[in-house]
Design a protein around this ligand. Structure first.
Ligand code: LMR
Length: 397
């Protein structure tokens, strides 16, 4: 039977990351994947994470037993407070540990397609490429809403509101909680209010994806604005939360899925069904990453240190935005690159087309996604001028 299996297309993000690994050019640059790199281009383990691991190693109460289906309850509580705020009402938030944000989206998608009457999810255009496959594989119909105006390099609020207005009652709307991937363009507080009002009026289900809390402003608390505002406004939101980027726990696969329910009874019922989805899929989540997050967030000193380290990563990325634009000018580019410095989060959505991206890869071994997105974390003082010169060459050619 295997003889007839067709070859699948490589993943739009991770496939390029594989090509980077294979490339032997000593000047190669990886700006493809959204993963933090230090000023020498190396992966960075946060010192607060290291400290937590040391504490765990010496703690005789730590073990390698299975977590329960819903994960480590103490971790989940800390994670939920990190997102919704220390004073959130835990008695109505149904939450489980997940395999990072992808796992949370997938379990959430399975839940929606099993229990929701309208199996349609509205997803921004553009969005993180994996969103589409995740929700389709979960049995949801994916519909796109306008989000980004390429002419102004800003939010297409009018288009977004119009498309959401046309969604059927009871449909689901996916919103990036902050630092929109790939555009780096978020609604302002006023615009979030307008979006919230419309969604409430239309009686739509909100599904927040929060993968970059802390990377938008450098302050993880401030970055929770949209989520907390929607909850305050009475939305029964769903939330996919990832600790991959903000704790640097990529390979640990550590996140949560949560639902703001109406009461404790509803919470129990939702939780029971989510567990029924998880058990036949992977039984229970891995425990190392969640133990790290729990250890950090239950220790006042480590929490303080963690927030500083998260801000440090966001600031280094911010300085790379400015440096990239400076270097483009230095290289002779006369294009308006100001959108790069006005965008936020981990990415620059440059506006380069797929041909330009291909040329960057083939001529200069600069690996980026073909939508023109650059992960700024892959830049540093040693490679930014090389990248800027190469971008100038393909955009002014
Ligand atoms: C990205 O957008 O590069 C990250 O979210 C990594 C991934 O899994 O695609």
């Amino acid at each position: 039977y295997l003889a007839d299996i067709p070859l699948g297309a490589p993943d739009a993000i991770l496939g390029i990351a594989e090509n980077f690994k294979k490339c032997t050019d000593p000047n190669k640059v990886n700006v493809c994947i959204g993963a933090y790199r230090d000023e020498n281009g190396k992966p960075w383990i946060l010192p607060s994470v290291r400290a937590a691991e040391k504490i765990m190693m010496d703690d005789e109460n730590e073990n390698k037993e299975y977590a329960s289906i819903a994960g480590d309850a103490a971790y989940v509580e800390q994670a939920i407070k990190f997102a919704y705020g220390q004073d959130c009402d835990l008695s109505v938030i149904a939450a489980v540990q997940t395999l990072s944000g992808t796992g949370a989206c997938r379990i959430g998608g399975e839940f929606l397609s099993k229990f929701f009457p309208v199996k349609k999810i509205y997803i921004p255009d553009p969005t993180w490429g994996n969103h589409i496959a995740i929700f389709q594989e979960a049995g949801m119909e994916v519909v796109r809403y306008r989000y980004y105006n390429r002419a102004t390099n800003g939010l297409d609020l009018e288009g977004m509101l119009e498309d959401i207005t046309n969604a059927p009652d009871g449909a689901v709307v996916l919103l990036h909680a902050c630092a929109h991937n790939p555009t780096g363009c978020d609604p302002t507080k006023e615009q979030w209010k307008t979006i919230s009002d419309l969604i409430k009026k239309k009686n739509l289900q909100v599904f927040f994806d929060s993968a970059y809390q802390g990377f938008a402003s450098g302050d993880a608390e401030a970055d929770a604005f949209a989520l907390r505002y929607f909850v305050e406004e009475g939305h029964n939101v769903m939330l996919a939360q990832s600790f991959a980027k903000n704790f640097g726990l990529y390979g640990e696969r550590c996140g949560t899925l949560s639902f703001v329910t109406n009461d404790a009874d509803e919470k129990e019922r939702v939780l029971s069904q989510v567990k029924k989805i998880i058990r036949p899929m992977y039984s229970s989540p891995p425990i190392h990453g969640s133990s790290i997050v729990r250890t950090v967030l239950t220790d006042e000193q480590l929490t303080k240190q963690y927030y500083e380290e998260c801000a440090f990563m966001a600031n280094r990325i911010g300085s790379m935005r400015k440096l990239l634009v400076d270097e483009l000018k230095k290289a002779g580019s006369t294009h308006d690159w100001s959108h790069i410095t006005s965008q936020i989060g981990m990415f620059a959505y440059t506006g380069m087309n797929s041909d330009m991206c291909d040329e960057l890869t083939s001529k200069s071994s600069i690996f980026l996604t073909r939508d023109g997105r650059i992960s700024l974390a892959g830049l540093n003082e040693n490679n930014v001028s090389y990248v800027a010169k190469a971008i100038h060459a393909v955009t002014d050619g």
